[in-house]
Design a protein around this ligand. Sequence first.
Ligand SMILES: Cc1cc2nc3c(=O)[nH]c(=O)nc-3n(C[C@H](O)[C@H](O)[C@H](O)COP(=O)(O)O)c2cc1C
Length: 420
Amino acid sequence: MADLRIDLAGIKSPNPFWLASAPPTNSGYQVQRAFEAGWGGAVWKTLGEPILNVSSRFAAVSFNGQRVAGFNNIELITDRPLEVNLQEIIETKKKFPNHAIIASLMVEPQQEKWHEIVKKVEAVGVDGLELNFGCPHGMAERGMGAASGQVPELVEKQTHWVKEVARTPVIVKLTPNITDITMTAEAAVRGGADAVSMINTINSLAGVDLDSWNTVPHVGGKGSHGGYCGPAVKPIALNMVAECARNTFVNVPISGIGGISNWQDAAEFMLMGATGVQVCTAAMHHGFSIVEDMIDGLNNYLDEKGIASVMDLVGQSVQRYSNWGDLDLNYKVVAEINNDVCINCNKCHIACEDTSHQCIDLYTESGRPMLKVREQDCVGCNLCSIVCPVDGAISMVERKSTIAPMTWNERQSLISSFAR
Ligand SMILES: Cc1cc2nc3c(=O)[nH]c(=O)nc-3n(C[C@H](O)[C@H](O)[C@H](O)COP(=O)(O)O)c2cc1C
């Protein structure tokens, strides 16, 4: 069995699966049940001034039969008093000393407010802090959450204030509601962050009810923008993790969050540079027990690959993620159709004919309809294999190029050297 333990900026946990700061980590009762189920860590529901929440507050986007493909919320930080949360953290830490408990914090951008809350939560024995610069709604209107997280100077300054008094590792949780997340990640590092986590939720409106014309969700007929998460946001989160992982100024560990639902998602985030992952929507959809399959699946995967420790997975794919200008223009794949498996639905032909490069021909052989790719016209875009409903009916195969590899950047410098 592989070693699943992780060490993220000094925070140790028995496995890389943490619950993200959200409803699943709202109380000691829940976090203790999560640890019993197998979760390695929990980022407590964000602590701050006890505030009020609204009803209703969640909405989901189902797509083509998949329920909760995306999840939307207008919930704020904890509405339970700080003292109650702190007492429950003490009890939980006592019962689970080897599990990671991280306190998520959000206060107004004032030095003394940060100092005060950091001292209070560290006094109850948390393993680390996560600064919530991400919530896109409710708190942002008061200068907190994403309002802070969208301004690199504020991220740097507040991280610095926290680091002035913090004794435990500080993770800065970043908002995706920004053009380039590496700007705020770099600011967090300049402020002294020990790690960064991403992503918080994405600005969104889940829908409009076509009968009532109310927003979904609505609060007595009025709606407000919310935060989007769940499987739909995974590619956005994975890219942001990768962009930070390959940025040499973001030289701190990354905790990956966003649409992680199973061990495969987790492994992808870790390959792209995350030292561990956090999960919210999948736990809300299916319950704490999903972590059992996550642990088993990751264990089997590592064993099959002959990898002794999950930490050896971290960042292995980062070097393979580069700028478009560094891709080989002479690399070529083409589609190949296996007519023995093909069910002749013709989706590939329609897709190629209407929206790609018109290179899949229909013909009949011994009275049987067949499809064939005209290789010389195929650009290897993958669309036919994406729309094909049958596994193995279309493969994208590499065609060895007789021309030497050449990237756009190399091509441009060659052109400019000729021009000189
Ligand atoms: C209902 C709800 C409440 C949330 N509350 C918080 C919060 O208090 N603090 C925080 O940092 N993130 C909060 N989040 C964001 C999650 O921690 C996480 O970053 C986001 O949901 C993406 O992960 P997922 O796709 O696994 O859900 C909340 C998310 C949801 C759905």
